[in-house]
Each structure stands twice: as structure tokens, then as C-alpha cells.
Design a binder for this molecule. Structure first.
Ligand code: 13P
Length: 235
């Protein structure tokens, strides 16, 4: 079971250190797999147990080069980063990343043999069209992605549920994940307004293998509480 925190554009280098140290201390003997994705300015080498990884929210698909403002793979290797978010909806919609660029990033990261949390999710207009429209949209986002890649994790994050406080209904999450599971033999996460109050019921869904959490995870005590609840669910 994977519990991941996406910091987005929050936390400093100093507060990230404090956060990681508290989480590492709490989760070191648990069976839950924890992921933390700080902003790139806060990446560093941390002393962590095997079930905890620090990853990058973004990278440019090049080892190094002239890509002003971007972070290449050499800069990630310096901190032994081996988990990456690819295709987050904020990168797609706010930063204008196309399916083509996202596929390029996926292929690059796969060639580097690192873990990839590949994010997909439909906007509200598509959601309004019903479950077939949603699945059609998601499969389009997955086109060209090697779904057999052994370090691939899929995160289903409906855009309209991100940062809104309104998580998708449980039945819909299960419906979508179970359809994806028919063709994807990799862990499937849900993301979108996950918090301590709803994490247990989401993790209990048959097809859900974990969660990718934004805002509710930025406070370290809240995140630790969610890890604790997830660990209880494993028992
Ligand atoms: P929220 O948990 O704030 O809805 O964000 C989800 C998300 O985008 C995680 O990647």
C-alpha cells in the first residue's frame, strides 16, 4: 500500500528536512510504502528506511543540457532520486504539457529504470459525460505508455476532485479503478481531496492500492495520521 505526499509548490528546504525526518522516524518500521515529492529546490540525500522514498515532481527528459529553468536527470541523480511523478494534471493544464511530452518523459524515466507515478484524470466536463466518457479520456492519456513497465504506478486523480475538498464518490473511484485493473497489472492509486477523514474508506476499495495526497498532507502531523490509518488498514 502506497501513501504519497505531493508537496506541489509548498514547503522550503528547511521545512522539508523537518517533515522528512518526522515521517521517516514514524514510518521506518511500518509496512506502508511512503513517498514524498518535495519541490526540486528541497531535494537532498536523506537517510531513509527501504519503505520510504523521496521523489521529484517534475524533470526535463534529458540527462543535462540547455533547457533554462528545467531540472535534468543528472541533477536528480545527485540526490539518488528514483521515483518520479509524470503527467500530473497541474503540469498538463497549467504548464501546458502535452500527451507527447508526457510520453517522452515516461520513456526517458523508464530507460533510467526509475519508479514512475503516472498521473491521469478527467476534467469535470468529461466526468459529466458519464463513466464511458471518463474511461475513454483516461485511455487516451495512457496511449503509448508501456503499461507493463515493472516500476509503473498509476495515479487516478479526477481534476475536479483535486484541491476542492470534494473527493470522488467511492463507488465511482472503485468503478474506474476496477476497469483500469482489468488491463493494467500495476498498483493503482487514487488522488483528489484525500484526507484523514476519508483515507480509510478509500483504501478499503478493492481496486485501490494507495493514495496520492496533496493539500491534506502538507502538515506533517496530518500526513503521519494518514500513514497511521493506512497501516491499521493493513492489519
Ligand atoms: P489534493 O489532495 O489537494 O486534492 O491534491 C491531490 C493531488 O493533486 C495530488 O497529486
Amino acid at each position: 500500500m502506497i501513501i504519497a505526499s505531493n508537496f506541489k509548490t509548498n514547503h522550503t528546504r528547511k521545512s522539508t528536512r523537518e517533515f522528512v525526518s518526522k515521517v521517516a522516524d514514524f514510518a521506518k518500521n511500518l509496512s506502508v510504502d511512503v513517498r514524498i515529492y518535495p519541490p526540486s529546490s528541497a531535494l537532498d540525500c536523506f537517510d531513509l528506511s527501504k519503505n520510504i522514498k523521496i521523489g521529484a515532481q517534475n524533470f526535463y527528459p534529458a540527462q543535462y543540457g540547455s533547457f533554462t529553468g528545467e531540472i535534468g536527470f543528472e541533477q536528480l541523480e545527485e540526490f539518488k532520486i528514483d521515483s518520479l511523478l509524470v503527467g500530473h494534471s497541474e503540469r498538463r493544464s497549467i504548464l501546458g504539457e502535452s500527451n507527447e511530452l508526457i510520453k517522452e518523459k515516461f520513456d526517458f524515466a523508464k530507460a533510467k529504470n526509475v519508479e514512475i507515478i503516472f498521473c491521469i484524470g478527467e476534467p469535470q466536463t468529461v466526468w459529466a459525460g458519464g463513466s464511458l466518457a471518463v474511461l475513454d479520456y483516461l485511455w487516451n492519456q495512457l496511449e503509448g505508455i508501456d503499461l507493463k513497465y515493472e516500476k509503473l504506478i498509476i495515479a487516478y486523480e479526477p481534476v475536479w476532485a483535486i484541491g476542492t475538498g470534494r473527493s470522488a464518490p467511492l463507488e465511482e473511484i472503485e468503478n474506474t479503478l476496477s476497469f483500469l485493473k482489468e488491463d493494467i497489472d500495476r498498483p493503482l492509486l487514487y488522488g483528489g481531496s484525500v484526507k484523514a477523514e476519508n483515507i480509510a474508506e478509500i483504501l478499503r476499495l478493492k481496486s485501490c492500492d494507495g493514495v496520492l495526497v496533496g493539500s491534506a498532507s502538507w502538515n506533517v502531523e496530518n500526513f503521519i495520521e494518514m500513514i497511521k490509518i493506512a497501516n491499521e488498514e493493513l492489519k
